[in-house]
Design a binder for this molecule. Structure first.
Ligand code: ZN
Length: 141
C-alpha cells in the first residue's frame, strides 16, 4: 500500500525505532506513546485489521508480542502492561494497517479504559451464545 504510514515504516521509507524484526513482523516504538516504551507490533504485509491478517503471521505476531513484552517488563521494571488492538473507526483505529499495542503501566498512572459494564438478563447470555456459535467456523484441516 503506497499511502500507508506503517507500510512505509516496514519498508524503512520512514525511520522508526525498531525493537525487533523477523520475516513477518516488525516491532517499533509508538511515536505518540501512552507511556515511554509503548511499542507496536506490525505485520510486514499490509492488512487493514485483525480479520484481514494473513494466517502465516498469527504465530509471529504473538511471538513478537511476547519477546517485546518481556523486554519491556525487564528493562523498565514493569509490574503491569496492556496489550490491545483497535479495529474499525468506531473502535478507535486510526491507521488501517493492523497493529498490536503493548504499553507499560504504572501504579496510579491514571490511565483508564472507561467501561460501562452491562449484565445479561433473562436468557440473553444463552441467546447470544447460540447466535454467535452459528457463525463459529473452525479452520479446515
Ligand atoms: Zn500498510
Amino acid at each position: 500500500m503506497t499511502n500507508c504510514i506503517f507500510c512505509k515504516i516496514v519498508s524503512k521509507e520512514i525511520p522508526s525505532e525498531v525493537l525487533y524484526e523477523n520475516d513477518h513482523v516488525i516491532a517499533v516504538l509508538d511515536i505518540n506513546p501512552i507511556h515511554l516504551g509503548h511499542a507496536l507490533i506490525l505485520p510486514k504485509k499490509h492488512c487493514n485489521d485483525f480479520l484481514d491478517l494473513p494466517e502465516e503471521t498469527y504465530h509471529s505476531i504473538l511471538q513478537a508480542a511476547k519477546i517485546v513484552t518481556l523486554a519491556l517488563v525487564q528493562s523498565l521494571k514493569l509490574e503491569g502492561y496492556n496489550l490491545f488492538s483497535n479495529n474499525g473507526t468506531i473502535a478507535g483505529q486510526s491507521v488501517f494497517h493492523f497493529h498490536l499495542h503493548i504499553t507499560p503501566r504504572y501504579r496510579n498512572d491514571n490511565i483508564r479504559f472507561v467501561l460501562n459494564l452491562k449484565e445479561y438478563s433473562g436468557g440473553d447470555m444463552k441467546k447470544y451464545g447460540t447466535m454467535i456459535r452459528k457463525f463459529i467456523k473452525p479452520p479446515a484441516l
